[in-house]
Each structure stands twice: as structure tokens, then as C-alpha cells.
Write a protein that binds this ligand. Structure first.
Ligand SMILES: [Zn+2]
Length: 254
């Protein structure tokens, strides 16, 4: 089917501009996505740091109770020496009482050391687990970062390609039509072209006058929507898909 060359070019131009906007929106997310990757590593690193701190605290506490054990041991040997030198039964009982007391204290401290040793086993396992998770997260983030770099490199190169195509399209457009396109695009959020279907502008949804729709159906001239001013085109039922706008084309209201 014959289509007015300006109309064909204007549809191509809109497709290129919409693709540019979509690519630019994705490129604008680069910094945030990089931050999100870094945040995943920070969480994993913080988990390792916290696990190591818990282990270090537990080990410090164990050293303290070990000092207690040594202290009680010292007292115990002192009392045992005294027990050898006692002269009376009363003295013996007094020292024996001290020995019993020191033994109880020492036993309690030894139990605490044992508890800390068991706790250290769990905390060491937690450190190992956190370190393994950090290693695995680092690998995943590296892979995601590479994929992201490839994605953005592709976006940039497709933007270059779009720019070259756009220059060619703009070069073959009549300046008057280009002027209409630019003015409407500026006012309509970058979308200056709309398909007319079933007598309606598919973007602003306003019903076209029958006479306007009949003109649009012929695709042989530049016709603007009375309501949103977008340049209208018509896709016949059996038309090639090339005449349809890309699905990622933004369709803001109005
Ligand atoms: Zn409209």
C-alpha cells in the first residue's frame, strides 16, 4: 500500500525517538543499579564482621574466666599448704571449708570455660558460614556486574545506531513536517505520532471526525489529531507489522 513518504519517515522517526527515550531511561538507572550491587556486598561483609566480633567477644570472655580458674587454683594450693600445717581440729575445719569453697568456685569457673568453648565452636561455624556466603555473593555480584556492563554497552551502541538512523530519517523529511513533529513532541512528552484505529486517536482516545478519519485511512498526507495534535496514521488490517509502533513506545495520556 502506498504511504506518503513524510508520513512513513515520521513514523520511523517516532519509533527511533521512543527507542532513544527507553534506552536513556535504562541508562539513567546505571548508578542506582551499581549502588544496589554494592549494597549486597556490604550486607554480606557486615555479616562476616559481626560474626567475627561475636567470636572475638566470646574468646575474650573465655580468657577472663580462665583467669578466674587460675585465681581459684592459686587459692586452693595456698589453702592446701595451710592444711598441712594446721595444729588443731578447729583450724583444720576452717581451712577445709576454704578449700571446699575454692573448689566450688573453681568448678563453676571451669564450667564457664567449657560453655565458652562450646559457644566458640558455634561462633566459628557462623564465621565460616558468613565467609562462604560473602564469597558466593561476591561471585554473584561480579557476574551481575559483568552482565550489567554488557547490557549498558549494548544500550550505548544501540543509541549510537539510533542516532545515525535518525540523522538519515531527518535528512529525508521535509522541514515543515519536521517542524510539526518537533512542536508536538515537545508538548506531548516526546510522542508526536499516533495510530488512528476504529475512528479514534489511540493515544488521546478522542473520536475523530469521520472526514478526518477517512483522510487518515488513506495515509497520503500529514493529518493531525484535532484534540492532541499528534500526526495520525492508519494501519490496514493486513498491513505489514513494520507499520506498527514498537511495543515499548511510551503511551502517556493526552
Ligand atoms: Zn489524539
Amino acid at each position: 500500500m502506498f504511504m506518503n513518504a513524510d508520513l512513513e519517515n515520521i513514523i520511523a522517526l517516532q519509533r527511533l525517538d521512543s527507542a532513544t527515550h527507553a534506552a536513556e531511561r535504562r541508562l539513567a538507572e546505571e548508578a542506582d543499579r551499581e549502588k544496589a550491587l554494592e549494597a549486597r556486598l556490604t550486607v554480606a561483609r557486615d555479616t562476616v564482621t559481626a560474626a567475627k566480633e561475636r567470636l572475638a567477644d566470646s574468646q575474650a570472655a573465655r580468657r577472663n574466666v580462665e583467669k578466674d580458674v587460675a585465681l581459684h587454683q592459686g587459692r586452693l594450693s595456698k589453702f592446701r599448704e595451710q592444711a598441712m600445717a594446721v595444729k588443731t581440729n578447729q583450724e583444720y575445719h576452717a581451712v577445709q571449708k576454704e578449700i571446699d569453697f575454692a573448689q566450688t568456685e573453681m568448678k563453676a569457673a571451669e564450667d564457664k570455660v567449657l560453655e565458652r568453648m562450646l559457644e566458640a565452636d558455634d561462633l566459628t561455624a557462623a564465621v565460616k558460614k558468613a565467609e562462604a556466603e560473602l564469597a558466593s555473593e561476591t561471585k554473584k555480584v561480579d557476574a551481575d556486574r559483568k552482565a550489567m556492563a554488557a547490557e549498558f554497552a549494548e544500550l550505548r551502541s544501540s543509541l549510537e545506531q539510533i542516532r545515525r538512523e535518525r540523522t538519515a530519517v531527518v535528512g529525508s523529511l521535509s522541514p515543515q513536517v519536521m517542524d510539526i513533529f518537533e512542536r508536538v513532541a515537545q508538548r506531548r512528552n516526546g510522542v508526536a505520532v499516533a495510530e488512528a484505529r476504529d475512528g479514534v486517536c489511540t493515544i488521546c482516545h478522542v473520536r475523530l471526525r469521520p472526514q478526518v478519519f477517512n483522510t487518515v485511512r488513506r495515509n497520503d498526507q500529514i493529518t493531525q489529531c484535532d484534540s492532541c495534535n499528534r500526526i495520525l496514521y492508519f494501519v490496514p488490517l493486513a498491513a505489514a507489522p513494520a507499520a506498527e509502533p514498537s511495543p515499548d513506545q511510551p503511551q502517556p495520556p493526552g
